[in-house]
Design a protein around this ligand. Structure first.
Ligand code: SAM
Ligand code: SF4
Length: 330
């Protein structure tokens, strides 16, 4: 079997696929003015058949996991159909999504019935007012209710991600709230360090804070660093025998972050992106039009691997063509 491997010896069993740029939230670090149509790019978002062909191709290239993201993936009318087809027809074992949790209380039942293998929900704060200020939506209660509903339907693999923001959600009180939340709840919570993108420089300067502040909290509170196998990716995970859930840190500015990179990205319009940042990537869409293009598509993707760079060079302030993460699927 062909395996996706780059010139630094890293392998890529994991794909993040954006299926739309559209989002209904207005997160300050991502789309502070809400989603705006990009008039410079008139291409439509990938359609179901293209998504299916691409996933099948990746599965034959050794990919085992696909994360569907966006924008907000659940705004697509054919969202459930996409998940269903990926689960049944693509050969990918592990299909997961990242969502902002919009209407999660109502969607939980359908999500639990799709056969999804995992759901990451973005919640930046357990304080209702703070959540509203960050996202532009007073929806924390419906999301928390949605999580309960998912669990009532027997859905187990739930993770929550929050972007760490200086003086907004980075105090001991915030950390304690998450700690209480996961104490008797088998949910992993991870803080992601805020990343600079093409659009958010002022916000980044104001709110970026190194994740060390959270790491110090974990060390002080007897959380134990847990190492994982080589497919685990760049999250640093912590366990505590007294807690059902785990904590994690995603620290893109840390020295060795890119060493454990195990993922490639597909944008909503069918560009293969070798990194969340940088300008390397090409459109593969012309090879998604027929089932008989599969072998040509595989060759193209395999050839691209030699162009994957060692690092994102984010620490040098190089954001490449990434204006915000809704475009590349964060
Ligand atoms: N809309 C969905 C959501 O918010 O979960 C999926 C797409 S969103 C771009 C994916 C993740 O990227 C979210 O957890 C979000 O908080 C995170 N994100 C967006 N912009 C970011 C930034 N500049 N730095 C760090 N994380 C960011
Ligand atoms: Fe939308 Fe997700 Fe970006 Fe927030 S982070 S604006 S929910 S795409």
């Amino acid at each position: 079997m062909n395996i996706l491997k780059d010139s630094f010896g890293r392998t890529f069993p994991y794909i993040r696929m954006s299926i739309t740029d559209v989002c209904n939230f207005k997160c300050g670090y991502c789309l502070p003015n809400g989603y705006q149509i990009d008039r410079s790019d008139s291409r439509k978002f990938l359609h179901l058949d293209e998504i299916k062909r691409l996933a099948k191709c990746f599965s034959e290239l050794g990919v085992r996991k696909i994360r569907i993201t966006g924008g907000e993936p659940t705004v697509r009318k054919d969202f459930y159909e996409i998940i269903r087809i990926l689960k049944i027809e693509s050969g990918i074992k592990n299909v997961v999504i990242t969502t902002n949790g919009y209407h999660l209380d109502r969607k939980a039942k359908f999500l639990a019935n799709t056969g999804l293998n995992g759901i990451n929900i973005s919640i930046d704060s357990l304080n209702r007012e703070t959540f509203k200020n960050i996202t532009g939506h007073d929806r924390l209660p419906e999301i928390l209710q949605g999580i309960k509903n998912l669990q009532d339907f027997g859905f187990e693999n739930i993770k929550i991600n929050g972007v760490l923001l200086n003086e907004i959600n980075s105090t001991k009180k915030d950390f304690d709230e998450w700690s209480n939340f996961i104490q008797n709840n088998k949910i992993d919570f991870r803080y992601i360090e805020l990343m600079q993108t093409g659009d958010n420089l002022e916000y980044f300067k104001k709110y970026h804070i190194p994740s060390k502040v959270f790491k110090n909290y974990l060390d002080e509170n007897k959380w134990i660093y847990q190492t994982f196998g080589k497919d685990a990716g760049p999250s640093l995970n912590y366990i505590n025998p007294e807690y059902k859930g785990k904590f994690g840190i995603i620290a893109p500015y840390s020295k060795d972050f890119c060493k454990s990179c195990n993922r490639l990205r597909i944008t909503s319009r069918g560009d293969l992106r070798l990194c969340l940042f940088g300008n390397t990537g090409i459109s593969v869409r012309h090879l998604l039009q027929n089932d008989n293009q599969l072998s040509e598509l595989k060759d193209l993707i395999l050839k691209q691997m030699q162009f994957k760079k060692e690092s994102h060079y984010l620490e040098l302030g190089k954001t490449g063509s990434t204006k915000n993460l809704s475009k590349t699927g964060g």
